[in-house]
Design a protein around this ligand. Structure first.
Ligand code: HEC
Length: 152
């Protein structure tokens, strides 16, 4: 009897000890996930692309030539986030990186065309950049957001 009493006290103590962690767990799932660093990289890419289209309308090729390398060599998220993303991508990592490489290549070519003052070529290359952005978004954005934010 004495032994049983001792046991139940232990069980209650154990349950009490578990309560706070359950509360923390709940808070973690309820709170919106922190934005990924990739989102800031993407927002900057979006702004740079808008500035490029504005510059094309003014035939400001010097501006396009200045912005193209920023698009081609956009920053990567910090290593820890990169590893998280690569872990999530698994065997799709090559596909994801391929879209990124297409952006780099097309943006570099757009910059070269701008440096030559070749407006037609700038626009052709811009379309390729945009196709690469769209291809990655269509393939990965929804599942990325579902995985890292728990929402589409
Ligand atoms: C390799 C894949 C990939 C490529 C290439 C890519 N994106 Fe993204 N982009 C993403 C992902 C994933 C998200 C979702 C990020 C998030 O919600 O945290 C995103 C989100 C965005 C957003 C929304 C950011 C926000 O504030 O919610 C913009 C704008 C954007 N991308 C612009 C671009 C532009 C412009 C290009 C091409 C120059 C581009 N992206 C190329 C993967 C890519």
């Amino acid at each position: 009897m004495n032994h049983l009493k001792h046991l139940s006290v232990r069980a209650i103590t154990l349950a009490a000890a578990m309560l706070p962690s359950a509360a923390i767990l709940h808070a973690q799932t309820a709170a919106p996930a922190k934005p990924m660093a990739l989102q800031t990289v993407m927002a900057t890419l979006g702004r740079d692309m808008q500035t490029v289209t504005g510059a094309i309308s003014r035939e400001d090729w010097a501006m396009v030539a200045r912005l193209a390398p920023d698009i081609a060599h956009h920053p990567a998220p910090p290593l820890s986030e990169k590893l998280r993303i690569l872990g999530w991508l698994g065997t799709d990592a090559g596909k994801f990186r391929g879209f990124d490489a297409q952006v780099h290549e097309a943006a570099a070519a757009m910059g070269e065309a701008a440096a030559r003052g070749d407006g037609q070529a700038v626009i052709t290359r811009l379309a390729t950049v945009q196709q690469s952005c769209l291809a990655c978004h269509q393939a990965f954005r929804k599942s990325f957001r579902e995985h890292f934010y728990g929402q589409p």
